[in-house]
Write a protein that binds this ligand. Sequence first.
Ligand code: UD1
Ligand code: UDP
Length: 380
Amino acid sequence: MKTVMTIFGTRPEAVKMAPLALELSRREGLRALCCVTAQHREMLDSVLDIFRLKPDFDLNVMQPSQTLASITSRCLLGLEEVFVRAQPDLVLVHGDTSTTFAGALAAFYHQIPVGHVEAGLRTYDKLSPFPEEMNRKMTGAIADLHFCPTPANRDNLARENIRSGVFVTGNTVLDALKTTVRAEFRFTDKILNQLDYVNQKVVLVTCHRRENYGRPMANIMTALRRLADAFPDVRLVYPVHLSPVVQQAAGQYLSGHPRIHLIPPLSVDEMHNLMARCFLVMTDSGGLQEEAPALGKPVLVLRRETERPEAVEAGTVKLAGVEEEEIFRLARELLSDPAAYQQMARAANPYGDGRACRRIADAVQWHFGQLDRPPQPFAV
Ligand code: UD1
Ligand code: UDP
């Protein structure tokens, strides 16, 4: 019996790790343990509830307006105690957050092998996304097993001479999406049930990245308000991240408009079903860039670059940047030109086929000598 511990702390890691934690717990030969750092509190708990996942350890590190150093140090110290008690044979971390890097580093300090889920994404710009690009790179430097969503992510690692222990699995977010979207879904939010998804154009917005704080966020939000002013048939729905910086900016630039709905963060099933019904997604989120293409929804990415170029190449995602005029222009085109819209509204699944968790669990068992062969790689 081998003990495999998943470690995660923020909303997106939870969405992408919960299906994997559940898959691992179904495997004979593995003792699956789950440790949450709770870098996010409410937004994490909401995901755990939806997937009915009960962590074995909870470090409860979140503090209001926490700094990067405080998250990292609190995670490092908390994990030390957890490792001493649980003695994992392998630790699995996900993606590019402070929890990810601290989880990998803490495991390294205890000489516990590390598997990195969602490995190999790169912008090659240290400051964008910040601090995620370096978190992901430093985690990759520590990891022994690398679970890349796409072949391009594997190639990025090969360029850094990381060639062994690399598996192309697809992104686990597609596994999650398979379980949440339903035609008959009813929202708990009254506004979302009352929206007319056929005759109005519902634009789903999220914006939270640290490198967008300040001027970029002001530009983005000014462009969004202009869109709501210019298009009477548009309804902007923006579930606002709980970060105080984001709350303040959304309140300042977007409140008090009859066609802009600022709402609290949605549970992940509500979010996926809203995405399935909306007209267009405008976001700086990583996860939404992967989910929306699978649902056939065009995405304007509110960033200067993306570490997820696959959907841009597939034509369902456009990089809109962080300048007001360009964001407004690209959105106006999609809202007023049906041909331009149809060109982007084609379902594409460059990030996975809903079987990533199975592949990762197979690779883990193969690593431990419990299976004869590694999983077949994900191919588009
Ligand atoms: C973090 C990740 C980012 C990821 C994002 C997903 C890092 C450095 N950043 O950024 O990569 O894209 O999560 O959302 O790891 N808060 C609450 N309740 C919650 C969650 C957050 O009140 O449930 C507030 C707290 O005041 C907290 C602040 O939001 O201090 C910021 O949270 P933090 O995890 O530091 O940064 P994010 O911007 O959420
Ligand atoms: N999400 C959610 N409710 C929201 C906003 C996002 O459930 O109100 C989900 C979204 O569907 C995706 C994940 O959270 O699965 C993305 O998280 P976020 O945008 O916070 O982080 P990122 O992906 O940018 O790191």
